[in-house]
Ligand binder design. Structure first.
Ligand code: HPA
Length: 281
């Protein structure tokens, strides 16, 4: 459904009324295996999506479906615990609705995390990848329809969806932690079926390093409204056709669980680093 600007404002006003003057600076979308970080937020104010005017409630099993505001690794954050996916039946506009609301509330940065299939045969399941760019060629844009100029221009530049400065920050944090960090392009496939081996070969030919069913719509909307973006992928499994075995959700969940410690340390380390004054130690 197409939302007028007033809907975003009304959602933001409702949330602001619950935050007692708290202003979030960094919005976080937590993917598979990282949802627990939402429970680590200090001084948390949690608001279920279902209570917020014009929000679509999250229906995915195991997804909490709420916004959590508070402090995480020293940063004033807004955590989306439970993201919406297009494959659940939501429009792209609804999938990315919360990003604009969080922008209105004061967030200037979006951190996105996800689990995805590894397209590269020289990488391994379990590797972490810094997202440097994305490909979303075969599905409509969340920015389709009437443009809301309050958020951004009709034809936004997409040269640097993932903010170079934040990529550099992530490299620094990973190096300090001794954490190997791959870098690559997230190839969006809308699912819910996993890709065919032919689709994975196509993704590889087109320049994709990971294939996944989330993230790309929210990132387009965030960049449109002037937010800086940092993105990480857990390569939870080798993409279809690389190994002679079927893909399963259990494999993804197990990999997410196994990577939890490394993945959360990386994200928390980046949040902490973002809080340091520029040029400071
Ligand atoms: N393909 C798409 N989405 C995914 C995958 C995959 O192989 N693994 C986890 N999410």
């Amino acid at each position: 459904m197409a939302h007028p600007y007033e809907h975003y404002q009304r959602s933001a006003d409702f949330i602001r009324g619950k935050l007692s003057g708290f202003t979030p600076k960094v919005a976080l979308v937590l993917g598979s295996g990282l949802g627990f970080l939402g429970d680590r937020v200090e001084g948390a104010v949690a608001i279920p999506y279902g209570e917020i005017p014009h929000f679509q409630a999250s229906t995915a099993p195991g997804h909490k479906g709420r916004l959590v505001f508070g402090t995480l690794a020293g940063q004033a954050v807004a955590v989306m615990q439970g993201r919406m996916h297009h494959y659940e039946g939501y429009s792209y506009e609804d999938v990315s609705y919360a990003v604009r609301v969080l922008r209105l509330l004061g967030c200037g940065t979006l951190v996105v995390t996800n689990a995805a299939g590894c397209v590269r045969t020289d990488w391994q399941a379990g590797d972490l990848m810094l997202i440097t760019d994305q490909i979303k060629l075969f599905s409509p844009s969340p920015l389709r329809g009437e443009n809301l100029p309050q958020f951004g221009p009709r034809f936004p530049d997409a040269s640097h969806l993932y903010t170079p400065r934040l990529q550099q920050l992530a490299r620094t944090v990973a190096a300090r932690q001794g954490l190997p960090l791959r870098e690559g392009v997230y190839f969006y496939c809308y699912g819910p079926q996993y890709e065919t081996p032919a689709e994975v070969r196509a993704a590889r030919t087109l320049g994709g390093d990971a294939v996944g069913m989330s993230t790309a719509p929210e990132v387009l909307v965030a960049a449109h409204c002037g937010m800086e973006v940092l993105g990480f992928t857990l390569l939870s499994n080798m993409a279809a056709g690389i190994l002679d075995q079927p893909l399963s959700e259990q494999e993804v969940l197990d990999a997410a669980q196994a990577a939890q410690g490394r993945f959360s340390a990386l994200v928390l380390g980046c949040l902490e680093e973002m809080g340091r004054p520029a040029g400071g130690g």
